[in-house]
Design a protein. Structure first.
Lengths: 219, 350
């Protein structure tokens, strides 16, 4: 599904922040991406999300070499990948419902087409009664769930989550993890970037450990 | 591992959880609205599913520096419309001058030794009346000639004592029938000391001046519109910077560049249209006021001179069509400029 071969990344003329990364994300797989702060987790997620291009090596996403993907093709590729940002990136002037519906809206669907799906998903993540609320009023956990719902609404093939439990208490973190596992069971590959060891201990999953720009894979 | 089950597409929500009451309007709707308005952070669009309120715009209107930009667009449109109006006035006046001049020819008979002026005038009148296309011909009377010379020579002139040239005005009914060159040659051959002035030089000078004025007008119009385009580019860049988060999120959720550009373009089209209409309307009001005053100001010297040159200085239908065209052009330019600026900004993101 996503394949990295000897990938390296540097910013400008600086040192390489990612070195010789070779791994793949298989369909319906579940993995944690972990490592100390500054190890390059967010940079790796940005590469996975086609937000950046590597300075060397090959990245293949859904069977396509990223260097050969035309700019016009990027939006349709991105729609197949859901992303949950560490800082949620919810739009404060849109309600929870509108934020979650955003991926459908930008793809040109009419509201009548996606409305039931959005409502069902909001109920599924426990925000059924908060759908008309603006994000500034939501709690951290609610924002996190709204961000996750937005990433899931188009039923992406891959879900990338950057520190999804970083702003929530342990019970809510466990609840969110269950949500990711359930999603994985439904067929989505999940990559969770975290340095929350409690979270890592709760699930038997593949670990991608980044350290000083190099990746170690523990299946 | 137990977890919440995600319902399949189209499947109903789990029992016990009520779906938003889309069909139930009336009392429930009014109540919901009142509650929503009272609740901090809950938008009035709680009625969203009743199909009564539209989704909020993805780019918030308040995030665009709208008031300042609209003012700039209005001022630019006003200046552009004024330019178009004045160009129309000059163009109309030049056309009027040209039409008047080709319908009149002046024969000048200079005093010379052995020339009986009155006899030559009669011969000239008889000669020009023979040509086809000539409507009427008359010599300027002594009083009219004295009137023409009065500013230079004072009152109480005796034309018999002074060697003053006399003028014969020839009105042309049908310029196409008249062979002006032949008439000119015939008069200059038969009448001593006579010369024919068909006002061609004057006509060419006026026409050249009018064309230059029209060109200058279009130059000013282009500069004004260019300044407006630059203002919109700066405003779009400011809007993009102010909405960086929105643009990034749209980008990450897979929005096409054209979709993001359309979201911004919609705001700018509306701004351009509002600014353009305001500027155009003020310019149109100015035209009406100028027309009114120029039509009624015949008592002052400057008013008289203006009337003589430009007629009533009224903007005709073409001028008002130009104003409408400028308003439409301003709106389209504003929208297109913002679209291009957004495209450039997004191209730098990938």
């Amino acid at each position: 599904m996503i394949r990295f071969e000897n990938v390296g990344l540097r910013y400008g003329m600086g040192p390489e922040v990612l070195r010789d990364l070779t791994f793949s994300i298989e369909p319906q797989s579940f993995q944690f991406l972990t490592g100390p702060s500054g190890a390059g987790k967010t940079s790796l997620l940005r590469l996975l999300f086609l937000s950046m291009r590597p300075t060397r090596g090959l990245i293949s996403v859904f069977g396509k070499d990223t260097t050969k993907i035309a700019k016009a093709e990027l939006p349709s590729m991105r729609r197949r990948i859901g992303v949950v940002f560490q800082d949620f990136r919810l739009l404060d002037h849109l309600t929870t419902y509108e934020n979650v519906a955003l991926p459908h809206r930008v793809s040109g669907k009419s509201e009548a087409e996606y409305r039931p799906d959005v409502i069902d998903l909001l109920k599924w993540v426990g925000l059924g009664d908060r759908m008309h609320v603006l994000p500034p009023v939501l709690s951290g956990g609610e924002k996190q769930r709204a961000a996750i719902a937005r990433a899931l609404i188009t039923q992406p093939e891959v879900l990338l989550a950057d520190e999804p439990t970083g702003n929530v208490d342990p019970p809510l973190a466990r609840r969110l993890l269950r949500l990711f596992i359930e999603l994985n069971r439904l067929g989505t590959s999940v990559v969770i970037a975290t340095h929350d060891f409690h979270l890592l201990e709760q699930v038997e999953a593949r670990h991608l450990i980044l350290n000083d720009g190099r990746l170690a894979v523990h299946d | 591992m137990t977890g919440p089950k995600r319902p399949a597409k189209g499947q109903k929500a789990p029992a016990g959880k009520k779906r938003p009451a889309g069909g139930r309007k009336g009392v429930a709707q009014g109540k919901r609205k009142r509650v929503a308005q009272k609740t901090k952070g809950v938008r009035k669009s709680a009625l969203l599913f009743a199909g009564r309120e539209k989704l909020a715009p993805i780019v918030p209107p308040q995030a665009i520096p709208g008031q300042a930009l609209m003012l700039v667009v209005a001022i630019m449109s006003f200046l552009a419309c004024l330019t178009v109006g004045f160009v129309a006035i000059i163009n109309d006046a030049a056309n009027d001058w040209t039409n008047d001049l080709v319908r009149e020819v002046t024969v000048q008979i200079r005093p010379a030794d052995g020339v009986n002026m009155l006899q030559e005038i009669d011969r000239t009148l008889a000669l020009v009346r023979e040509f086809p296309g000539v409507g009427d011909a008359r010599a300027l009377s002594d009083e009219e000639t004295e009137g023409l010379l009065q500013p230079w020579l004072g009152a109480g002139l005796d034309l018999e004592e002074l060697p003053v040239p006399r003028l014969v005005l020839v009105e042309i009914n049908d310029p196409e029938l008249l062979n002006l060159a032949e008439m000119k040659a015939q008069i200059e051959q038969d009448i001593r000391a006579a010369s024919v002035d068909d006002h061609r030089v004057w006509n060419q000078q006026l026409s050249g001046m009018a064309n230059t004025a029209v060109l200058v007008g279009f130059g000013i119009l282009v500069l004004v519109l260019f300044s407006m385009v630059l203002s919109v580019v700066f405003a779009t860049q400011a809007a993009m910077s102010g909405n960086k988060d929105v643009v990034e999120v749209l980008h990450f959720v897979g929005a096409e560049v054209s979709f993001i550009a359309s979201e911004f373009q919609r705001h700018f089209l509306w701004l351009g249209l509002k600014g353009g209409i305001i500027g155009g309307a003020i310019a149109a009001i100015c035209f009406v006021i100028i027309g009114f005053f120029s039509e009624n100001d015949v008592t002052s010297i400057s008013g008289n001179q203006m009337q003589a040159l430009f007629g009533a200085a009224q903007v005709g239908a073409v001028g008002y069509v130009g104003v409408v065209a400028v308003v439409a052009l301003v709106a389209v330019l504003t929208a297109l400029t913002s679209r291009l600026a957004v495209h450039r900004h997004l191209a730098s993101m990938d």
